[in-house]
Design a protein. Structure first.
Length: 261
């Protein structure tokens, strides 16, 4: 018969409950931390966590302070933006008024310049220096004796005349135009009418063309009718280009007016 051996009892450890100092026996495992060690670890972790929380709290407070500063600056910027928008609105209104005023002044200037040229004629085809030193006397004599317009006034006078204010052309290049200002605008109209009715005006074997003297803006507007005028001439239809840029077409005893080509 085999002999039965009693098992060796496990070591006992004491556990303190509360603060009474009473100890309870609990089984202990080899290598397992004691209760005191656990409490110490928990306490250390708690202290470390509280330190980190305090650090985070400090940083949060700093962020809040910075956020308040940013918020204050944003309010200042918003106020500045509102002021700028108000000023921009005012400037836009002023700019619109200035633009309108400038447009009105440009129209007045164009009208004044056009009126100042009302008595002028532009002559093309005269060779350089053919007029000599007394330009006005040359053209008065040329108009009376060569062009011979009917209906000139008794006080027909060329007030002043000059070549176009551009550089002297190279040899062989077309001569500069001559601008002549007459004393009476009716004489200008008479000369222009005679030039239109004459098939060809010739001086020293050169064709002479006579036109009204208009501003650059008016000339640019009238250039749009060049092709239409050529077609009307080819069809033997009478027309007149009126100031500023208005085409009068005469056909079948009726007149029609066109402001666009």
């Amino acid at each position: 018969m085999e002999q039965y051996t009693m098992p060796t009892p496990l070591p006992q450890r004491q556990i303190c409950i509360g603060g009474s100092g009473e100890a309870l026996d609990a089984p202990a495992t080899a290598g397992e931390p004691t209760h005191a060690e656990l409490l110490a670890s928990i306490h250390g972790a708690r202290v470390a966590l509280e330190g980190k929380i305090e650090t985070v709290a400090v940083k949060v407070n700093l962020l809040r302070a910075d956020l308040r500063k940013v918020s204050d600056k944003v309010k200042v910027v918003e106020g500045s933006i509102v002021d700028l928008q108000t000023k921009v609105g005012t400037l836009r209104k002023q700019m619109a008024q200035i633009t309108s005023t400038v447009g009105t002044l440009e129209d007045h200037l164009e009208d004044s310049e056009g009126r100042s040229r009302r008595n002028n004629v532009r002559l093309l085809g005269f060779l350089e220096h053919v007029e000599g030193s007394t330009v006005e006397s040359f053209f008065e004599q040329w108009i009376r004796e060569v062009l011979q317009p009917e209906g000139l006034s008794r006080v027909f006078v060329v007030k002043h005349a000059h070549r176009a204010l551009v550089a002297l052309p190279w040899p062989g290049a077309p001569p500069r135009a001559i601008i002549a200002c007459l004393l009476n605008y009716k004489d200008r109209d008479c000369i222009l009418w005679t030039a239109r009715e004459t098939n060809r005006v010739v001086f020293e074997n050169r064709t002479i063309s006579i036109f009204p003297e208009y501003t650059n803006k008016v000339q640019s507007s009238q250039k749009g009718f060049l092709e239409v005028k050529a077609k009307l001439r080819a069809m033997n239809i009478r027309y007149m280009l009126l100031y500023l840029a208005r085409l009068k077409v005469i056909s079948g005893g009726k007149s029609q007016f066109f402001e666009n080509p």
